[in-house]
Design a protein around this ligand. Structure first.
Ligand SMILES: NC(=O)c1ccc[n+]([C@@H]2O[C@H](COP(=O)([O-])OP(=O)(O)OC[C@H]3O[C@@H](n4cnc5c(N)ncnc54)[C@H](O)[C@@H]3O)[C@@H](O)[C@H]2O)c1
Length: 462
């Protein structure tokens, strides 16, 4: 008999996981507390926006159904993945409220179930949450014992929005935190059948898995912040060019090229909150995650730093265009996006802001609540703006040429290119002042500074 799965929480991650598991030929029953989500899935539609989700659900509709009932799902499946929200609370910790609710319902269902069932939490949680926060709820409500009567694992996914299905089915590794060997072995065997790329499975205690999950994002954000630091230094040395430096740096296999770009800060629903949560847990248990704190602080200071850098270039009453409002290209998600933070900081500094994003315009309009004018095209922005900030490496922005910058004013239009995606020839246009972040734009001044440091100061050893 093939294993039957349930997925509890049909959001951005859960709906995609359910669809991916069905795509691999397994029956999946999804649970959500939202009737509309359940209805959409049962009608063969995606309940959230995600690449290929609509097509995958439609193509595998006979293997996916959804319900409001946790009990129904537990009784008609063998393995359950729980993927409910775990937002940060006021301390910076990931709250367990939604997971606790789901675990209570699952526990009650388990009390009525004959035979073994494996419960797997996929939501991001902090060390100790499983064993000391959620496991007692399951045992109390079911009247059963974890590791004896039912299995329990913590197994988060490493996915990026926009490629959730592809990432879920093709991970670099699977992470399995287990209450006992039987639970971990069963989940490893399930993954061996579900995943497309035969990834290594890393099995460990619940607590080590909880720490590993949050370490991945905090490490990656530290790397991004390191590259941003280098970009800042490159701007201050003659001929400095962050792309030349990181291209070489990434060849060192200990470092690698990924997330080593040097641009604007990171954002989105996961990266920023994971540093805050790691800082919280380490503080609470008597350690101090200073690196995570510095990374977070440095990243949050970026909009302020940009405003300081721009202020000599912005006349009072000037219009500034922010191109890119999602936290990354090809996304409608504006959560903690640098474009939004930058627009907000500019507005607070008294600047008129116009903005455009190919996909995230509607969400940005809501987020900025009428404070910035979200326009329908890049051209509309460029017509009015005397300062243009390109905050995401979106393909629409990459295509811009000198002729597209149409603003006619007393001074050249300032174009700040955070990802260095625009044609270098923009630097030679009389009507444009092109500022690629991470490259020296004033070699003479930069050379003078270094000459002052080293010229005529070097002495010979006596
Ligand atoms: N979105 C990401 O990029 C990402 C990446 C890695 C990990 N995660 C983690 O995955 C978890 C879920 O994230 P998401 O982005 O899919 O959230 P989401 O908000 O998109 O979806 C959560 C879904 O769970 C449902 N839900 C809430 N309580 C429930 C309950 N008791 N029973 C059944 N359904 C319930 C909600 O109605 C919603 O549909 C979070 O812990 C998040 O940190 C998310």
């Amino acid at each position: 008999m093939e294993t039957k799965y349930s997925v509890i929480g049909l959001g951005k991650l859960g709906a995609s996981m359910a669809a991916a598991i069905a795509k691999r030929g397994f029956n999946v029953i999804g649970v959500d507390v939202n009737q509309q989500v359940v209805d959409l899935v049962n009608a063969g539609h995606a309940p959230v926006q995600e690449t290929n989700l609509e097509e995958t659900i439609a193509a595998n509709a006979e293997r996916i159904r959804a319900t409001l009932s946790h009990r129904e799902a537990i009784l008609s499946s063998d393995v359950s993945f729980i993927i409910v929200p775990t937002p940060n609370d006021e301390r910076g910790a990931f709250t367990l409220q939604y997971a606790a609710w789901a675990f209570r319902e699952i526990g009650r269902a388990l009390s009525a179930k004959q035979g073994y069932h494996l419960v797997v939490l996929t939501s991001t949680v902090l060390p100790g949450s499983m064993r000391y926060g959620l496991l007692p709820i399951l045992e109390k409500e079911s009247g059963k014992v974890a590791g004896k009567d039912f299995g329990l694992c913590y197994s988060p996914e490493f996915i990026a929005l926009g490629s959730v299905i592809q990432n879920f089915l093709n991970p670099d590794f699977t992470l399995v935190g287990e209450i006992d060997d039987r639970s971990g072995s069963l989940l490893e065997a399930c993954y061996a059948k579900i995943m497309e790329n035969n990834p290594p499975c890393k099995r460990m205690s619940l607590e080590n898995a909880e720490l590993t999950k949050i370490s991945v994002n905090t490490f990656v954000t530290t790397k991004i912040t390191f590259a941003n630091m280098l970009a800042d230094i490159c701007e201050r040395i003659p001929g400095g060019d962050i792309d030349i430096v990181t291209d070489a740096l990434g060849c060192d296999q200990r470092i690698g090229h990924k997330y080593l770009k040097g641009a604007i800060g990171y954002g989105g629903p996961c990266f920023p909150r994971d540093n805050v949560a790691l800082s919280f847990i380490s503080r609470t248990i008597g350690s101090k995650a200073e690196l995570a704190e510095v990374t977070d602080r440095t990243n949050r200071a970026i909009p302020h730093k940009i405003i300081q850098f721009l202020s000599p270039m912005i006349r009072p009453g000037a219009t500034v265009a922010v191109l890119g409002l999602a936290y990354k290209p090809d996304s409608h998600v504006v959560e903690e996006s640098q474009g939004i933070y930058l627009a907000d900081a500019l507005i607070k500094a008294g600047v008129r802001v116009v903005a455009y994003d190919p996909l995230a315009g509607e969400n940005a309009r809501w987020e900025l609540r009428g404070k910035a004018l979200i326009l329908n095209s890049v051209a509309d922005c460029l017509e009015q703006a005397e300062v243009v900030l390109v905050t995401t490496p979106d393909v629409v922005f990459k295509k811009l040429t000198a002729a597209d910058f149409k603003y006619k004013g007393p001074r050249p239009v300032t174009v700040v290119d955070f990802w260095r995606i625009l044609d270098k020839k923009l630097a030679n246009q009389p009507h444009i002042r092109y500022i690629p972040i991470g490259r020296s734009i004033d070699d003479a001044a930069n050379a003078a500074r270094l000459n002052e440091l080293w010229g005529n100061t070097v002495t010979f050893v006596e």
